[in-house]
Design a protein around this ligand. Structure first.
Ligand code: HEC
Ligand code: HEC
Ligand code: HEC
Ligand code: HEC
Ligand code: HEC
Ligand code: HEC
Ligand code: HEC
Ligand code: HEC
Ligand code: HEC
Ligand code: HEC
Length: 301
C-alpha cells in the first residue's frame, strides 16, 4: 500500500512538474514544492515574500527557491538528502545562510548596522530568528521575548526578578530598547547613549533641572539595571548603601547608631545620626529638582 502511495505521489509530482517546464533549468517551481510541503506552502502564501503586490518584488520570481536554491535535483530524487537544498540548519555555514537573505536585503533599511552587530560577529544568522513560513508577522520563528530567551538565558533570569521591565508580561519588547540587527549605540541599544534611550519612555527624568544630580545626568545605569533587580525600582543596590557608596561622609551619615551617638541627641550635642536610614524619605527628588534654595539643591521636598 505504502509504496503504491509513493508511486502515485511521484506520478502526480511529475505531472505538475511538466506543467511548469517554463522555469529556469534548475528550478522546479512552487507548485512542485507544494505537493510534498503543503504546510510550508500555505504559510509562505501569508508572508510578505509571496505578495506580488510589492512593486518589483524579486522574492516572488523563484518563490521557495529564492531562499532554498534551485530544487530540481531535490525533486527528482523525491527529497533525498544530499541533493543540494539549503535547509538553513545550524550545521550550515552562517555566512552562507545569511548571504541568501542579504542577496536581496543588503540595502534594506532594516539592517544598516548588521555588519557591526554582535549577532553577526558571533555567527548568529538571519535564519536563527526568521523563517520563510512561520505564518507570523515578520516571519519570526517565535514571538518575543521567547525568541531572545532561547539564547539569552541570563537575561531571562533577570527578567524574572522582583523588579523588572514588564517584558514577560508583554508590555515592553526587547526590540523597543535594542536593535537586534545592530545599532550605533552601546550594546545595540536603539539610541546613541543609555540616557537618551531611557528618556524615550521616561521623559520626565530628562529635566532640565535647576539642581542636577550628577550621576543621573551621567548615566542612569549608575544606580539602575536595565532588565531586572531584586531591589525595588530596578536599583543596582539598596539604599542607603546605594547612596553611601558615594556619600559616606555627609553631615548626617546613615551608619549604625552607637551608645555615644544615638537618638535622641540633646539639642546641643550635635548628634547627626538622629535620622532614619531611608535617605529617600527626605531626598525625594533624587533625579533632580526645581525647588528653590537649599531644599532644592539637596533634593528635599
Ligand atoms: C517528492 C516530494 C518532494 C518535493 C516535490 C519537494 N520536496 Fe523538499 N523534501 C522532501 C523530503 C522527503 C524531504 C526530507 C524531509 C526530512 O528529512 O525530514 C525534503 C526536505 C526538504 C528541505 C530540508 C532539507 C534538509 O536537508 O533538511 C527543504 C529546504 C526542502 N525540502 C525544500 C523543497 C523545495 C523548495 C521544493 C520545491 C523546489 C521541494 N522541497 C520539493 C520531499 C519533497
Ligand atoms: C529574492 C529576494 C529576497 C530574498 C532572497 C529574501 N527576501 Fe526578505 N524580503 C524581500 C522583499 C522584496 C521584501 C519586502 C520589502 C522589504 O521589506 O524590504 C522582504 C521582506 C522581508 C521581511 C519583512 C516583511 C515580513 O513580513 O516578512 C523580513 C523579516 C524578511 N524579508 C526576511 C528575510 C530573510 C530572513 C531572508 C532569508 C532567509 C529573506 N528575507 C530573503 C526580498 C527577499
Ligand atoms: C536575533 C534575532 C534576529 C536576527 C539575527 C535577525 N533578525 Fe530580522 N527581525 C528580528 C525581529 C525580532 C524583528 C521584528 C522587530 C519588531 O517587531 O519590531 C525583525 C524584523 C526584520 C525585518 C522587518 C523590520 C522592518 O523594519 O521592516 C526585516 C526586513 C528583517 N528583520 C530582516 C533580517 C535580515 C535580512 C537578517 C539577517 C541579515 C535578520 N533580519 C536577522 C530578529 C532578528
Ligand atoms: C524567505 C526565505 C524562504 C522562503 C521564500 C521559503 N523558505 Fe523554507 N525555510 C526558510 C528558512 C529560514 C528555514 C529554516 C527555519 C525554519 O525552520 O523555519 C526554512 C525551512 C524549510 C524547510 C525545512 C524545515 C521545515 O519546515 O520542514 C522546508 C521543507 C522548507 N523550508 C520548504 C519551503 C517551501 C516549500 C517554500 C515555498 C512554499 C519555502 N520553504 C520558502 C526560508 C525560506
Ligand atoms: C528598557 C530597555 C531594555 C529592555 C526592554 C531590554 N534591554 Fe537589554 N539592555 C538595555 C541596556 C540599557 C543595556 C546595557 C547597556 C550598557 O551596558 O551600556 C542592555 C544590555 C543587554 C545585553 C548585554 C549584556 C548585559 O547583560 O549587559 C543583552 C544580551 C541584552 N541587553 C538583551 C536583552 C534581551 C534579550 C531583552 C528582552 C528579554 C532585553 N535586553 C530587554 C536595555 C534594555
Ligand atoms: C541564536 C541565538 C541568539 C538569539 C535567538 C538572540 N541572540 Fe542576542 N546574542 C547572541 C550572541 C551569541 C551574542 C554575543 C554574545 C553575548 O553577548 O552574549 C548576542 C548578543 C546580544 C546583545 C549584546 C550586544 C553587545 O553589544 O554586547 C544584545 C543586546 C542582544 N544579543 C539582544 C538580543 C535580542 C533583543 C534578541 C531577540 C530579538 C536576541 N538577542 C536573540 C545570540 C542570540
Ligand atoms: C520602551 C519604553 C521604555 C524604555 C526605553 C525604558 N523604560 Fe523603564 N519602564 C517602562 C515601563 C512600561 C515600565 C513599567 C511602568 C509601570 O509599571 O508603571 C518601566 C519602569 C521602570 C522603572 C520602575 C521599575 C519598578 O520596579 O517599578 C524604572 C526604575 C525604569 N523603568 C528605569 C528605566 C531606565 C533606567 C531606562 C533606560 C535604561 C528605561 N527605564 C527605559 C518603559 C521603558
Ligand atoms: C543616584 C542614583 C540614581 C540615578 C543615577 C538614577 N536613578 Fe532613577 N531612581 C533612583 C532611586 C533611589 C529610585 C527609587 C525612588 C523611590 O523609591 O522613591 C529611582 C526610581 C526611578 C524610577 C521609578 C519611580 C519614578 O520616579 O518614576 C524611574 C522610572 C527612574 N528611576 C528612572 C531613571 C532614569 C531614566 C535615570 C537616568 C536619567 C535614573 N533613574 C537615574 C535612583 C537613581
Ligand atoms: C555615583 C555616585 C553617587 C550616588 C550613587 C549618589 N550620589 Fe548623590 N551626589 C553625587 C555627586 C557627585 C553629587 C554632587 C556633589 C556636589 O555638588 O558637591 C551629589 C549630590 C547629592 C546631593 C546634594 C548635595 C549637595 O551638596 O548639594 C544629595 C542630597 C544627594 N546627592 C543625595 C543622594 C542620595 C539620597 C543618593 C541615593 C539615592 C545618592 N545621592 C546617590 C554622587 C552620587
Ligand atoms: C530626615 C530627613 C533626611 C534623611 C532621612 C536624610 N537626609 Fe540628607 N539631608 C536632609 C536635609 C534637610 C539636608 C539639608 C541640610 C542642610 O543643608 O543644612 C540634607 C543634606 C544632605 C546632603 C548634603 C549635605 C552634606 O552633608 O554635604 C547629602 C549628601 C545628604 N543629605 C545625603 C543623605 C543620605 C546619603 C541619606 C541616607 C543615608 C540622607 N541624606 C538621609 C534630610 C535628610
Amino acid at each position: 500500500m505504502f509504496s503504491l502511495f509513493i508511486f502515485s505521489l511521484l506520478v502526480s509530482v511529475t505531472a505538475i512538474f511538466q506543467q511548469s517546464a517554463a522555469a529556469d533549468d534548475d528550478y522546479a517551481g512552487i507548485d512542485v514544492c507544494r505537493a510534498c510541503h503543503q504546510k510550508n506552502y500555505d504559510n509562505y502564501l501569508k508572508s510578505t515574500h509571496s505578495k506580488a503586490a510589492i512593486p518589483g518584488n524579486p522574492a516572488n520570481k523563484n518563490a521557495c527557491e529564492s531562499c532554498h536554491g534551485p530544487g530540481l535535483a531535490h525533486v527528482q530524487k523525491a527529497g533525498a538528502k544530499g541533493t543540494g537544498m539549503i535547509a538553513f540548519s545550524k550545521k550550515e555555514n552562517p555566512e552562507m545562510r545569511q548571504a541568501r537573505c542579504l542577496a536581496c536585503h543588503q540595502d534594506s533599511t532594516a539592517v544598516p548596522f548588521w555588519n557591526l552587530s554582535k549577532h553577526k560577529i558571533n555567527g548568529v544568522s538571519c535564519s536563527d530568528c526568521h523563517s520563510g513560513h512561520s505564518g507570523t508577522k515578520n516571519n519570526l520563528k517565535m514571538a518575543e521575548p521567547a525568541l531572545c530567551f532561547t539564547c539569552h538565558a541570563d537575561i531571562k533570569a533577570q527578567a524574572n526578578k522582583q523588579s523588572h521591565h514588564p517584558m514577560k508580561e508583554g508590555l515592553i519588547k526587547c526590540t523597543q530598547c535594542h536593535d537586534q540587527h545592530g545599532s550605533s549605540g552601546p550594546k545595540m541599544v536603539k539610541a546613541d547613549t543609555v540616557n537618551e534611550l531611557c528618556f524615550k519612555c521616561h521623559a520626565e527624568k530628562r529635566g532640565p533641572f535647576l539642581w542636577e544630580h550628577p550621576p543621573v545626568a551621567e548615566n542612569c545605569l549608575t544606580c539602575h539595571v536595565p532588565h531586572g533587580s531584586n531591589h525595588g525600582k530596578l536599583l543596582s543596590s539598596k539604599p542607603p548603601l546605594l547612596c553611601q557608596s558615594c556619600h559616606d561622609a555627609t553631615r548626617h551619615p546613615g551608619t549604625i547608631y552607637s551608645r555615644f551617638e544615638t537618638f535622641p541627641g540633646s539639642a546641643t550635642s550635635g548628634k547627626n545620626r538622629i535620622i532614619a536610614r531611608g535617605c529617600l524619605n527626605c531626598h525625594t527628588n533624587i533625579h533632580g529638582s526645581m525647588g528653590p534654595s537649599v531644599r532644592g539643591q539637596r533634593f528635599v521636598r
